[in-house]
Design a binder for this molecule. Structure first.
Ligand code: M6R
Length: 613
């Protein structure tokens, strides 16, 4: 969590810092701050609240400095407040630091520093780290670079830090472990960011910093070292991202834009990979670990949140089409519960950001035990992408709204391709059925567009009817069960209404006690092999006077006549139908959130990239 920016070069740093922080606000938005170096003095401005509040405050300050750092925070240690906001200033006032991550042994370090007479102005682990660095520098009478190295060898946890020192008016010191850092290379200038979005429009050349690396960044020079003080050669890559892709493009919110991006995003995930005419799938990542996949006794899918819901659907798909055992794991549980893993396991990692700390560490552990990692990741060059032995990017484009939408459908698309490809390799799927499924998949982008074109007003009306409900229940069976979970999560995130997703038949084992005339129950009830069963579940809710909102296939008279409100989607094979049935649920959450006045792009307490455990 937390977004970090930095600039050193020949132009005023401030515009890059403030605009960069706005682009990184999805990573956290409870306080923000900047520090500028004015040759002999460091100026820090910080404030609780969003970047807009900081911008008001900084409008009147001297902004001419060509070097500075900035931070937008997602609180871990200490409430969102001016004091806990970054940058932090060291005891002597000569160093300032921004930090993303968690210093796990901060309490012990703080104890040491308190005994030495240090005082603290915040509750953060970050201020402890800063003073720890300063203390080392003073005691050892060494260069700052050396002090940082010594300090980082003693801390445990995750960090990206950027440091400015009064002593070095032209240098930013940066280091990383477990949290992301990108350095953009310009002509006589360098741009820093937690991701590359702030530097779009400035440069296309970037270096992704690796764990345990320290960068010393001046206008004309980027020195990269490991913590053993050995020089490393920065690996410069070309940035493959356009400015337009991170702008709202006329939509009121990123979330709405990203819902509308889905026909194109799904198409992009399929492009060059699916040849429905020839019945062929091209996924070079799958080819590259073919032997491992063919020999795998099981596949384990590891993810968090929405990506975990995609993973659950992946389990249904892969088991059905490829006849191989699949397990789906919450990364946060998997990493700590000492699972049995060996070199016969293939792990599929699902992550939009590619930086989710729980997923990343779970994968590192599994890799150490010999498992092969296949990453399905959206952010190119992210930590999970780089850790994976093979993979397939989702190609959804940047997702800025904190509530995941297009990344989810792109993940489902890649999982479909993966399952079909593996089934072909294993010979577990009839050729004609495989081709039929491929043709169905090829039609998804236009069917999604059809839903967006025909159901919008209907969904807005439904949102307005139910916006004041206290709770919602989402029910689905089979392939639509993960969609029910995802629908409930989306509603919680952007409207703050309590919502639960459940397997429709399991509902009678408990949640049915909640049903009365005040409870909206959303059924994901498209035509599939369990359709008659879900109709019975709808009857059970109706006879208890629950309000029925149903997502149904266009020609489904039975389900629609049972429902109080209905959203129609095109008929599709049950395996690809989830790619369609989730769309109305995203829109419903969005419009309920908007009606209730939530900040749908940046819901309270959340962050887009969860880089703490
Ligand atoms: O970047 P990841 O896909 O690894 O993120 C996982 C979850 O944090 C994420 O899906 C979260 O649940 C979203 N806010 C869902 O909308």
């Amino acid at each position: 969590m937390c977004g970090i920016v930095g600039y050193v070069g020949h132009r005023p740093a401030y515009p890059y810092l403030i605009e960069g922080l706005k682009k990184l606000e999805y990573r956290g938005y409870d306080s923000a701050g900047i520090a500028l170096h004015f040759g002999n003095a460091l100026k820090v401005v910080k404030k609780a609240g969003k970047v807009a509040a900081l911008e008001e405050l900084t409008a009147v300050i001297e902004q001419g400095s060509p070097i500075g750092i900035g931070h937008t925070r997602w609180a871990t240690h200490g409430i969102p407040s001016d004091n806990n906001a970054h940058p932090h200033t060291s005891q002597s006032g000569k160093l300032v630091l921004v930090h993303n991550g968690i210093i796990e042994n901060y309490a012990a370090l703080k104890e040491e520093l308190l005994k030495k007479g240090y005082t603290f102005h915040s509750d953060t682990d970050s201020e402890v780290l800063l003073n720890f660095i300063e203390d080392i520098q003073q005691n050892n009478n060494c260069a700052l670079e050396e002090a940082i190295r010594i300090a980082l060898k003693r801390v445990s946890g995750a960090y990206v830090i950027l440091l400015l020192s009064e002593e070095y008016p032209q240098t930013i010191f940066a280091a990383r472990k477990g949290s992301p850092l990108v350095i953009g290379i310009g002509q006589g200038e360098h741009f820093l960011g937690s991701d590359a979005s702030p530097m779009l429009g400035y440069t296309k050349e970037v270096v992704y910093i690796n764990d345990y690396e320290l960068a010393i960044i001046k206008p004309d020079e980027l020195i990269l070292k490991n913590l053993g003080n050995e020089r490393l050669t920065p690996f410069v890559q070309q940035l493959d991202m356009e400015l337009a892709s991170i702008e709202k493009g006329g939509y009121e919110h990123f979330m709405l834009k990203e819902i509308y991006d889905q026909p194109a995003a799904i198409y992009d995930s399929l492009r060059g990979r699916l040849d429905a005419q020839q019945g062929q799938i091209t996924l070079s990542g799958v080819d590259s670990i073919k032997d491992k996949l063919m020999a795998a006794r099981r596949i384990i899918i590891v993810a968090c949140g929405t990506s975990w819901h995609a993973g659950l659907l992946g389990e249904y798909l892969i088991e059905e089409l490829c006849r191989v055992n699949v397990e789906v794991e919450y990364a946060s549980e998997f990493r700590y519960r000492n699972p049995v893993i060996d070199e016969h396991d293939v792990i599929i990692a699902l992550s939009q950001s590619g930086e989710t700390a729980d997923t990343l560490v779970a994968l590192e552990n599994a890799k150490t035990q010999g498992a092969t990692i296949f990453g399905i990741v959206n952010v190119v060059g992210s930590s999970i992408a780089r850790l994976s032995d093979a993979g397939a990017y989702t190609h959804a484009g940047p997702e800025i709204g904190v509530a995941s939408t297009k990344a989810f459908t792109a993940q489902l698309t890649v999982l479909q391709l993966f399952a079909l490809k593996l089934a072909q390799m294993k010979g577990t799927l009839d050729k004609t059925v495989a081709q039929e499924l491929m043709q169905e998949l090829a039609l998804v982008p236009e069917k999604v567009q059809h839903i967006l074109d025909t159901q919008l007003e209907n969904i807005k009306k439904i949102a307005s009817t139910y916006k004041d409900a206290r709770d919602f229940l989402y029910l689905g069976r089979g392939y639509n069960f993960p969609i029910a979970l995802e629908g409930a999560l989306k509603l919680k995130e952007v409207s703050y209404i309590h919502a639960e997703g459940y397997p429709a038949a399991e509902m009678k084992h408990g949640p049915i006690a909640l049903v009365d005339e005040h409870l909206p129950v959303v059924f994901v009830a498209t035509k599939d092999r369990v359709h008659e069963k879900i109709i019975s579940n709808m009857q059970e809710i109706k006879s208890r006077r629950g309000k029925l909102i149903a997502v149904v296939s266009e020609d489904d008279q039975t389900a629609s006549s049972l429902s109080d409100d209905c959203i129609f989607i095109p008929q599709a094979h049950e395996i690809v139908a989830p790619l369609l049935s989730v769309i109305p649920l995203q829109l419903l959450s969005y419009y309920i959130g908007v009606e209730r006045g939530s900040d749908v792009d940046k819901p309270r307490n959340l962050a887009k990239s969860v880089t703490v455990e």
